[in-house]
Design a protein around this ligand. Structure first.
Ligand code: F6P
Length: 323
């Protein structure tokens, strides 16, 4: 069985590697003689029929580009039944036999809704938050982490010279995976994530004290945005032990830049697999990574899974902070 025409879209917050993934979807489709259309501005583009034909040339030299050539959006209209019905009409009008949706949790909720109307949909996890439960890895995480690490390494130089305390806020929405990973990589004095209840005295002040006892005179506190604002944490530190911390919110800088090799290769493999699934007539699936391999899971099942910070990561972090 073979399909003739598919669409690909990126939705939610962009993530470095999304372009590499779009490229892989297009190239795999063409390899199977399947026509491929880009749907611009996420699910909203499927409502309005905002499409662009994607051929070999249109995805040339985008594997190394951050952002998404398809643009992205968070569509409120698509969350309504009316919006979803319009999107279904667009699919039928254009003869799209499958949709590849690259994004995060919200994107997959949209994909699930569409699949209930009989449209074949496969999701690919693309979010710097790395908070999709069914997969170990989400496209964009590695690049975002490396960007944050590079920034914090630079900050450390000046914090060290001035013997200061720095509080750095890392993105992640309600999840702490990015902050935890970055905190480990930069050798942070303390790391605060939303998954763990925070005891300010134990988790921040005592860590700074330990670092001081260990001979250090500058301190790097990494806070996940979901665990609190860097400005509030800095204020609390100042009020408690009279340090004068400098605040850095890394913000959207973490979402940009050239994707790392890891992101490009994962994006390419996931894009390839998504088209293979559609071509096999599969629907309502998310492409995932697990134990170094790739698999696909049902979207309903994926959305009901819970992701948690692993015990080992917590233990390693406890041993590595306070310096
Ligand atoms: O989900 C990706 C993400 O960058 C989160 O880490 C962050 O909380 C959010 O998007 C920011 O959204 P926006 O780009 O709409 O400000």
């Amino acid at each position: 069985m073979s399909i003739k025409r598919i669409g690909v879209l990126t939705s939610g917050g962009d993530a470095p590697g999304m372009n590499a993934c779009v490229r892989a979807v297009v190239r795999t489709a063409l390899y199977h003689n399947i026509e491929c259309f880009g749907i611009r501005r996420g699910w909203q583009g499927l409502i309005t029929g905002d499409i662009v034909r994607l051929d070999e040339k249109s995805v040339a030299h985008i594997i190394n580009r951050g952002g998404t050539i398809l643009y992205t959006a968070r569509s409120k209209e698509f969350m309504t039944e009316e919006g979803q019905k319009k999107a279904v009409s667009t699919c039928k009008f254009l003869g799209l036999e499958g949709i590849v949706a690259i994004g995060g949790d919200g994107t997959f909720r949209g994909a699930l809704a569409l699949s209930k109307y009989g449209i074949n949909v496969v999701g690919i996890p693309g979010t710097i938050d790395n908070d999709i439960s069914c997969t170990n890895y989400c496209i964009g995480f590695d690049t975002a982490a490396n960007t944050a690490i590079e920034c914090i390494d630079k900050l450390r130089d000046t914090m060290q010279s001035h013997e200061r305390c720095s509080v750095v806020e890392v993105m992640g929405r309600n999840a702490g995976y990015l902050a935890m990973y970055v905190g480990l990589a930069v050798g942070a004095t303390a790391v605060l994530v939303p998954e763990e209840p925070i005891d300010f005295e134990r988790d921040v002040i005592e860590k700074i004290r330990q670092a001081r006892f260990n001979g250090f005179t500058h301190y790097m506190i990494v806070v996940a945005e979901g665990a609190g604002s860097a400005a509030d944490i800095a204020k609390q530190i100042k009020e408690t032990i009279d340090l004068d911390p400098r605040v850095t919110v890394l913000g959207h800088i973490q979402r940009g830049g050239t994707p790392t090799g890891r992101d490009r290769v994962n994006a390419t493999k996931m894009g390839y697999l998504a088209v293979e699934l559609l071509n096999q007539g599969k629907t309502n699936r998310i492409v995932c990574t697990k134990d170094g391999g790739y698999l696909d899971v049902d979207i309903d099942e994926a959305l009901s899974m819970k992701k948690s910070i692993q015990r080992m990561e917590e233990d390693v972090l406890a041993a590595m902070t306070g310096f």
